[in-house]
Design a protein around this ligand. Sequence first.
Ligand code: ZN
Length: 444
Amino acid sequence: MSSKILIGNGILITRDRENHFYDKGAVCIEGERILEAGDHALLLHKYPDAEYIDAEGMLIMPGYINNHEHIYSEFARGASIPGSAPKNFLEILDGTWWHIDRNLALDETYYSAAACYIECIRNGVTFVSDHHASFGGIRGSLNKIADAAKMLGVRTCLSYEVSDRDGMEKRDDSVNENIEFIDRVHNENSNMLKGLIGLHASFTLSDETLEMCAQKNVHDAGYHVHVAEGFYDEEHSRKTYGKSVVRRFYDMGILKDNSIAVHCNHISEDDMDLIAERKTTVIHNPESNMGNAVGAPDMITMMDKGIRVGLGTDGYTNDMMESLKVANILQKHRRGLPDRGFLEACRMCFDNNAAIASDIIGERYGAIEAGLPADVILVDYHPVTPLTGDNVNGHLMFGVNGAMTDTTIINGKVLMRHRKLVQADEEQILSKSREAAAALWKKL
Ligand SMILES: [Zn+2]
C-alpha cells in the first residue's frame, strides 16, 4: 500500500504564501508532510497509486488553531457547584475554576484532556495551546495531558499555570512541572508536542515567584500568562506594585517575543506600546470575556499598533468558527460602529494564529503547501453564493461552524472521517470521561 494519501475533488483553500485557491483541487500527503497541492485532475494523474479520499465537493483547508485553551474546563460542563452565584470575576475564579482545579486528580486531568482533544478533532482543531491547572495533582499533570494528546493524535502546546494561590509548596511544584516538561519536549524535539511556562495572573504571582520562574527558565522558554483579564488584576498591580500589570511584566522580563499575553482587557495605550516593543503576542478570547463580564478589550487599537493578536477560546468552546464570529461582532459592539472587526477577527483566527503556532512548533504551519506538516480538514460546506479565493473568509465567518468538519487529518493521519473517529474508540473514552467527571463533581 502506498504511503501517500490524495485528498481531492473539493474546493481547495491553501492559505499558502500566494493564497492559492482551486475550485476543484487536491492535496497529496506523504507520511507526515504535504507533498503537493494543486489542481485535482493534475494530481490525480500524477499520483495514481495514492490512497484516495473523495472530498465530494467539500472545502479542503488547513485545520483550525486554538491559541488559548483550558483543557480541564471540559469537566465543568453541566456541573452544578453548590453556593456558586458569582457577583464578579474573582468569585467566578474562586467559586468555580479554582474550586475545580483544587480537586482535579491526575486521572481526571487525563480524561478531561482526552475528552477535549476528541472535541478538537470533531471541530477541526489541529493545534491547541493549553493553560493547565490541577492543584489537586500538579506533578506529572502535563505528561498526563501529553499522553492523551498522543493517544488521540492532536498537535499541542502545554503549560501549567504557576500561582501562589494555594501556598508555596504547590507554587514550587507548579514551577518545576513547567520546567521539567519544557526540558522533556526540548529533548524530544517533536513538532507534535511543545511547552511554554504557564503563569496564572499578576494578582496571584509575587515578585519572588516571577523571579523564580525567570531563574529556573530553561531553553529560553516563553511565558503564557493572563494579563489584566478582570479589572481587579489591574487594580491589584497598581495598588501593590505601583504600576500596571503590563509594566510589571515588562520590568520582570516576562514579556518576550515568544511570550503569550492572554486577554489584555484593561490595559492602556502605553501598555500596548510596551507589548509592541517586546513583540509579545496577545490572545483574544471574546466569548469567555463576555461570559465572565470582564469587558471587551480594544483589539483594533492593539492591532493598529502592530501587536500580533491571535484567537483562543479560554475553555469556552472548542469551535474556532464560533470564536471568530464573536470576535468580529464584539469589536463592533464595543466601538458602537460597524466599520471594523471583520478583517481583524479573520487576521487573528487565520494569519496570526498560524504565525503564532508556527513560532511555537518551530516551523511554518497552518497552510496547505509542499513540505509543511500535513494537518488538513474537510468541511461539509456547499456555498449558496459564489466562493472565490477573495471571499473565503466571508463564507467561513457567516456560513461555517466547527461541527461541519467532516474529516480531520493531523500529521498525515486520518483521525476522523465522515464525523467518526477512526483511530480511537470515542464511545469508550467518553464513557470513562463521564465516570471521571462524575468522580470530580462528587468532590465539589
Ligand atoms: Zn485563560
